[in-house]
Design a protein around this ligand. Structure first.
Ligand code: HEC
Ligand code: HEC
Length: 294
């Protein structure tokens, strides 16, 4: 009799345990090898530019390219210190495997199974193809190792990184069903904007939990104390495709004004270093509702 009374709570506990294990388990990503050779390194370098990694990971006191981190990212959830992603084994990512890179870049998971905070835009990078992640890995591991310890994040006492397990599920629920585009140019533009360039991380508004509202993609948002301009089709109505591509190269708007704030490093380290073809693809994507003669 007593056993039967316990059956329901025991099954409930069991189910809870199983779902907890599922929640904390690492996703299956295989264990691909990181490519070698000059071509992979060149592709990796280009992708690091297109991914805007330098804006965050560049050590602000270094004079040359050095992704040893240390930059403070302030947010309403605390101060996040950008980590060292040079190949130093002790303080960087020198011993990372292909699997570690895929788990971090596309799933926000650390090699130890921990969770990253979304101050690292891994949810945008989740749309990257695996081979691009592995080319980035090849390039990062080819750079000089820099020994540099970055401070711990300063987050409120109630915030733990494992909570991101739940956050990711809530964010999944708000994720739009994937849109398909016709033609290689639009597809490339969408990939550069939504995945690599993570434009929506700043230009799309978020709810109180910091989850982006993709139904209002690119309508503008608040970032720290400042306002991020909208870049949806309505806001860009008066911009021609060429204006947009030129803006991505130089940061100058059609009215002759230069963009400032957090957009400056995006132009400097990311969009100005793309090929003409890729800037045109971004323009085609953002102006996809416009007449073809625009
Ligand atoms: C908006 C700022 C930002 C951008 C852009 C960014 N990162 Fe990061 N990255 C972070 C932060 C912050 C963390 C740490 C997150 C945490 O500790 O929870 C991180 C963590 C990482 C890690 C894990 C490092 C470790 O020691 O565990 C890797 C690898 C990484 N980023 C690579 C990249 C690459 C490659 C790019 C470009 C494609 C990139 N990041 C772009 C902010 C950024
Ligand atoms: C780190 C945050 C951040 C990211 C990432 C970002 N932007 Fe911006 N962007 C801004 C901010 C902030 C402004 C407003 C700057 C100002 O006040 O001058 C802006 C302004 C702009 C403007 C000018 C709008 C206007 O009407 O003045 C365009 C166009 C733009 N961004 C396009 C993009 C594109 C395309 C991407 C992706 C490749 C992108 N942004 C990624 C923060 C960002």
């Amino acid at each position: 009799m007593w056993l039967r009374n316990l059956l329901v709570p025991i099954s409930a506990m069991f189910l809870l345990l199983v779902s907890l294990c599922n929640l904390l388990a690492l996703p299956e990503v295989g264990d691909p090898t990181i490519p070698e050779g000059n071509e992979a390194l060149q592709r990796g370098e280009y992708l690091v530019n297109a991914g805007g990694c330098i804006s965050c990971h560049q050590n602000t006191t270094a004079e040359t390219l050095q992704l040893s981190g240390g930059k403070e990212l302030e947010s309403e959830f605390g101060i996040f210190y950008v980590p060292n992603i040079t190949p130093d084994v002790d303080t960087g990512i020198g011993d990372w495997s292909g699997k570690d890179f895929l788990l971090a870049m596309k799933h926000g998971r650390s090699p130890e199974g921990g969770f990253y905070f979304p101050a690292f835009p891994y949810r945008s990078y989740a749309g990257m193809v695996d081979s691009d992640v592995l080319d980035i890995a090849a390039y990062l591991l080819s750079m000089p190792a820099v020994e540099s310890v970055v401070p711990n994040h300063e987050t409120p006492p109630w915030l733990f990184s494992w909570m991101m397990a739940g956050w990711n599920i809530l964010a999944d629920l708000r994720e739009p069903s994937s849109e398909t585009f016709e033609g290689p140019q639009l597809q490339r533009g969408a990939y550069l904007a939504r995945s690599l360039g993570h434009c929506g991380e700043c230009h799309t508004p978020r709810n109180v939990l910091g989850i982006p509202d993709w139904r209002r993609e690119f309508v503008g948002a608040e970032l720290g104390d400042g306002h991020v301009e909208p870049i949806d089709t309505i806001a860009l109505e008066d911009w021609g495709k060429e204006d947009f591509a030129f803006f991505l190269f130089l940061g100058m708007k059609p009215d002759g004004e230069y963009v400032g704030g957090e957009m400056e490093p995006v132009i400097e380290h990311n969009t100005s270093r793309l090929t003409e073809e890729d800037r045109e693809a971004l323009a085609a994507f953002f102006k996809r509702d416009a007449n073809s003669d625009n």
